[in-house]
Design a protein around this ligand. Structure first.
Ligand code: A3P
Length: 331
């Protein structure tokens, strides 16, 4: 198995990467590469995806948070962790106060780099206690069959968000997080790339549709949620989340305000003001380290109105109408 991973990986590096379409990178390197229809920011992500395909063995108790970047991954990591572990930790000494959402919720795409040697990463994947919580940005079509097979039993929570807000969020994030070699990108340049689908893990619309269709086919396996719905009515959606992950709130917990407590703990105001989320960087791979504070900007719905012209907004709406036509999904 290890040999087959090594061989596949070497083949990809040697024979496939040089042939992949390239475009201007947003933040982690000068180029972004198109692999199986989606744009990946670094070759290390590609390495991570191949690793998953060979070594990820899902368990029926696994919960995988699947998102496109900037859809609220950080927030939902906190919400799922706090909901799942609410009987394990007291609020006053909660791990979210001292570790931060990303540290508590391993990112599958770069799991291979969790240890110096990938074989140790395989062992650590195996030794994590159940229920394991993971996150991923990998598009549905690129997930290992082991995870998408109906028989595998692991479950996904997918978050989608209005693409106009995502674009603005991503532009700010990329400009703050880009490595020195990458030149700054104007809003207009980034907009063109985003609309053409050339953004990290993009095209955004294809990412959403992959999980949307799968959620219609397997609603018990994939819970499809929207950032905006969680913002508008967090009580209802945290309850849904809790039921889906197999930890429904009891009547007594409801009476005692357990749902509201989790919402407060995970709120933008609370998390963004914690020292743990303000200082230092989160290292995902040897080449990917992101300042923790960059994961928190405004946390609002509709901030795009402050940055996009009417024409830009119309263009994204038109792409959304075309792409989502007939799917039953609306942003
Ligand atoms: P904005 O840039 O629009 O503010 P991700 O975690 O997927 O990278 O997404 C980041 C986006 O989620 C940013 O959006 C960030 O501010 C917002 N966010 C982070 N924590 C949040 C929270 N607790 N509640 C709501 N939004 C949050």
């Amino acid at each position: 198995e290890a040999i087959s991973f090594q061989k596949t990986y070497e083949k990809i590096m040697r024979d496939i990467i040089p042939t992949l379409p390239k475009e201007r990178g947003w933040m982690l390197g000068n180029h972004i590469l198109q692999y199986k229809g989606f744009w990946l920011s670094t070759t290390s992500i590609l390495e991570g995806v191949v690793f998953l395909q060979h070594h990820f063995k899902p368990r029926p108790t696994d919960i995988i948070l699947a998102t496109s970047p900037k859809t609220g991954t950080t927030w939902f990591k906190a919400l799922i962790f706090a909901t799942m572990k609410r009987t394990t930790f007291e609020l006053s000494s909660h791990p979210l106060l001292t570790t931060g959402p990303h540290g508590l919720f391993p990112f599958l795409d770069t799991y291979i780099f969790q240890n110096d040697h990938y074989q140790d990463s395989i062992s650590s994947l195996k030794s994590l206690p159940s229920p394991r919580l993971f996150s991923t940005h990998v598009p549905y079509s690129m997930l290992p069959d082991s995870a998408t097979d109906a028989s595998s039993g692991c479950r996904f929570v997918y978050i989608c968000r209005n693409p106009k807000d995502i674009f603005v969020s991503m532009w700010f994030f990329a400009n703050k997080s880009r490595t020195k070699e990458v030149s700054p990108m104007s809003l207009e340049e980034a907009f063109e790339l985003f609309c053409r689908g050339v953004s990290p893990y993009g095209p955004y619309w294809d990412h959403v549709l992959g999980y949307w269709k799968a959620s219609l086919e397997s609603p018990n396996k994939i819970l499809f949620l929207k950032y905006e719905d969680m913002k508008n009515d967090p009580v209802v959606h945290v309850r849904r989340l809790a039921e889906f992950i197999g930890k429904p709130f009891s009547a007594e917990e409801e009476r005692n305000g357990a749902v509201e407590e989790i919402i407060r703990l995970c709120s933008f105001e609370n998390l963004s003001n914690l020292e743990i989320n303000k200082n230092g960087a989160e290292r995902f791979s040897p080449e990917i380290a992101i300042d923790k504070s960059n994961f928190f900007r405004k946390g609002q719905v509709g901030d795009w109105k402050n940055y996009l012209t009417e024409e830009m907004a119309k263009r994204i709406d038109q792409i959304s109408d075309d792409k989502l036509y007939g799917s039953g999904l609306k942003f």
